[in-house]
Write a protein that binds this ligand. Structure first.
Ligand SMILES: N[C@@H](CCC(=O)N[C@@H](CS)C(=O)NCC(=O)O)C(=O)O
Length: 216
């Protein structure tokens, strides 16, 4: 049995990014699926004091924060390198990761994806249209900027698939399935990138569970 354990919610985009990185490396792992609300228990908060997913255990080593976990996976396991060595490509990768963590996830995906997909599918909650409308300017800014940075490159940090793609693809998978995300992404290079990256074996092997997958 593998000693690499991923604690997370099935369907969580950050958890999926960790699984995608492990799949890209062909590293063995097992998933400990958390029940809804379990992130707030004292037991889980010993692994992640901020009560978020994912968190990992690798033998006696514990880590949380997705980008830290992704870098750890890349440094630990053999297989294709997921971080470019060329300084400008590396800078671009880190920039896109920063845009996701500081703006796209907290101000856009956490609102629009939650209100349109997670809330209705998992909690039977009606979407808060005012919250969605308030997130739209930031959604246009984030997606427009990532699309501009992608330009005519194959991947977000250049020609090679990198941690920027690993982090962003699971987020945009859901966002593109909302009417708002679909309308902003229509006809963009970013949408073509998402379609390309979604065909990778690592993305296909980590699809969300059925109710969320159907909604997306
Ligand atoms: N900065 C964290 C963010 C993780 C995060 O927000 N995960 C979401 C799921 S995708 C979560 O745990 N939500 C549960 C909650 O907010 O209670 C990371 O990069 O790992």
């Amino acid at each position: 049995m593998s000693d690499f354990i991923v604690h997370g919610f099935p369907g969580s985009p950050f958890t999926r990014s960790v699984l995608v990185a492990l799949e890209e490396k062909r590293a063995p792992y097992r998933v400990e699926a958390l029940a809804p609300g379990a992130q707030r228990t004292p037991e889980y908060q010993r692994l992640h004091p901020f009560g978020r997913v994912p968190a990992i255990q690798h033998g006696d080593f514990h880590l949380y924060e997705t980008q830290a976990i992704l870098r750890y996976i890349d440094a630990t396991f053999a297989g294709p390198a997921l971080q470019p060595r060329e300084p400008r490509a590396l800078g671009r990768m880190n920039q896109v990761i920063g845009i996701n963590d500081c703006y796209l996830f907290p101000r856009v995906a956490r609102v629009i994806v939650f209100e349109r997909i997670v809330g209705p599918v998992l909690f039977g909650k009606a979407p808060d249209e005012a919250a969605i409308a308030a997130a739209l300017p930031e959604a246009r800014l984030c997606l427009g900027e990532i699309d501009r940075l992608l330009g005519d490159q194959k991947h977000l940090a250049g020609d090679e698939f990198s941690l920027a793609d690993v982090l962003l693809a699971p987020q945009l998978y859901y966002l593109a399935a909302t009417p708002e995300g679909a309308s902003i992404l229509e006809g963009t290079a970013l949408l073509a990138w998402l379609e390309r990256v979604s065909e990778r074996a690592s993305m296909q092997a980590t699809l969300p569970p059925e109710p969320l997958r159907k909604a997306a």
